[in-house]
Every structure is written in structure tokens, then in C-alpha cells.
Write a protein that binds this ligand. Sequence first.
Ligand SMILES: Nc1ncnc2c1ncn2[C@@H]1O[C@H](COP(=O)(O)OP(=O)(O)O)[C@@H](O)[C@H]1O
Ligand SMILES: [Mg+2]
Length: 365
Amino acid sequence: MANISFQNIVKTYDNGVTVIPDLNLEIRDKEFIVLVGPSGCGKSTTLRMIAGLEDVSGGKLFIGGECVNDVPPKNRDIAMVFQNYALYPHMTVYKNMAFALELRKTPKDIIDQKVKNAARILELEQYLDRKPKALSGGQRQRVALGRAMVRDPAVFLLDEPLSNLDAKLRTEMRGQIAALHKRLQTTFVYVTHDQTEAMTMGDRIVVMKDGVIQQCDTPQKLYNAPCNLFVAGFIGSPQMNFIHAAVAKAGDSCDLLYAGSRIPVKQEAILPYAGREAIMGIRPEDIYIKGGFRGRKKPAVVSAHVDLAEMMGAELFLYLACDGQKLIARVPSGTDIQVGEDVELELDVQKIHVFDEETGKIICH
Ligand SMILES: Nc1ncnc2c1ncn2[C@@H]1O[C@H](COP(=O)(O)OP(=O)(O)O)[C@@H](O)[C@H]1O
Ligand SMILES: [Mg+2]
């Protein structure tokens, strides 16, 4: 069992700066969990605390039910893969993978079996005699994974392992790492600043900002039900549109007033906002050129000016101005739209999120 439990974890570095004020997180056994957030938000610090490469300054950290606050890294049954691979340049691929086991005095035939097995899974068999400098970036990263694999750790920690690879290889390795997780059936904790990586790989995603967990959920929940403006803006590309709108009482519920249109919000949570402003969130794919919306519920119609159109292949990103606020819409690339023209837009009212302007917290979806 290798579940990981953070209980009121605090991390203050020697310079006195607290970068993790109070972290609580339960990572399940065999789960693929992704920590994502902007640079400097504390992802690596969190991972390094699991590895034991950083002490915790407060709280308790459990791995497999055991408090590991005072357990040194080598006794934690974890393996870590870094962004820069950290291979030994003077050793062959075989030796790089075998080395940790040799240090542990593992019998030679068992080492050989484990290294060859890892090499087979990672398709490195024909490179075992090469030195790292004679390998491509993707192959080096696979060696780093192999070196972790041969130790049969209970937990794999991966810190931005794909950041040094080009875009095509990154996509390929994403699939390979996900497949590796399925095959090994161990707990993976994966750190990235890339929301696409997070969304495609994680069973659950932990979105962090300034050392604080904003939301921990499945990719689908994060996308469809973000808990605040930060998560809503961080997950999804182009990002969700945020529009200031007045909230007006309408019978026993409220409407959002935007660009001459009334958008009904039939949720109790909106009632205290009547007479004030809120932020309406709508994703670019939930905005249609008039006539394009196919849903059952009547869309809100607003007029907008096309400032810019970006051809993305299958889609067109439209940058629009509507009632003095900017909007981005994702429409099919065949749509006949000219920059500079005025268009009518349909907003899917069932896909609207409403946020508190001051706190940024979700009011309702
Ligand atoms: N050894 C250290 N000493 C002092 N501050 C550090 C140290 N390592 C990281 N930090 C600071 O802690 C914060 C979080 O860093 P890090 O965990 O590396 O973030 P991330 O991996 O999300 O980019 C940053 O502000 C960083 O400058
Ligand atoms: Mg980092």
C-alpha cells in the first residue's frame, strides 16, 4: 500500500519564507495524481517533501500509513524522475539502470533480469551499451524512467519530466508514461506547469497557487465545475471568458444583464447578489455564431465586433469586443467571418458559471 497523506504540512525554507502554509491532501494507492500550477507555486517543494529531499517544517506526512517525517529518502521506497534526467554521463544505459541495485548489493542475475525487463517495456533494448550522450532526449528520459522502474518503488515521483522534450515527443511520452502507470499499478505523483499534460494524464489533478491547493478533482470536474476564477482561468485554452455583469432580480430568481441580453440564473445561490455585479464565465466553445447553436434551451444573443481571427486548422479563434468587454470564441474553421465585421453571437446559457467579483469564488454553475 502506498497511499500518501499530507496532514497540515507546512514548509518554511531556511530564509524564513513559508512557501506551503497548510497542505492537506490524500493521494490514493495506485493513483496517478498530477500537481499543476504556475511556476513557483510549490509543486517541486511538495514532491521533494514526499521524496524526503526536503524536511517538513510542520504537520505530518504519511506514506503507506507510516509517518515518514523522520525517515530518510533511501528508506522511503520511492523513485524520482527529474526534468534534466540526471543520468550518469560516463555510464552506459545498462549501467545507469543497474547502478542503484548494485549499490544495494542485489544479486547480478536479478539486476540483469530487471534491467532487461525495463529496457523491453521502454523499448531501449538496442541502446543498452550506449552512453547517454549518444541518445535522443526522449531516449534519455526513458532511461531515467527505467532507472526508477528497476527499483520497483511503491511511489513514482516525476518532476516536469517532459519539459525538455519537443512538442511531438512530449505528446508521445505522455502516452507512454500513462501506459507505464497502468502496467506498473503503483502510485504516480506527477508535477507539471502544463495544463494539457495535467488534463490528459491525471486520474485526479491538484491545482495549486501560492502553496495553497485551489481544487483537487478529476479532469472533467475541474473543467466543468471549477471552484474559483483561478482554476477556471488556468484550465482550458484559450481560457474561459470572464465578463462583468449586473445581477438583477427577476421574479424569484435573478438574471445577468450583459450587452442588452438577460441571462437567467435559476439558482438560489445567486439571490444575495441581486443589485450587485458578478463575474460571468463562459468557455470559448460555448459561444456560437448566430444560427450555430444546436442545444434545446434558448441561447442568449448579443452583438459583437470581430477584432481578430486566428485560423487554427479545424477551428477558428475569434477575438471579439462585446459591450466594451473582450470575448474569445472557438468556432468551426469553415465559418465565414471577416475581421472588422459585426456579428451576432449565441451564448449557451446552460454553460455559464458565475463567480463572486471580490473573492473569486464560484457562486453557481
Ligand atoms: N531551497 C530553497 N530555499 C528558499 N526558497 C526556495 C527554495 N526552493 C524553492 N524555493 C521557493 O519556494 C517557492 C516554491 O518553489 P517550487 O516548489 O520550486 O515551485 P514550483 O515547482 O511550483 O515551480 C518559490 O518561491 C521558490 O523560490
Ligand atoms: Mg518545480
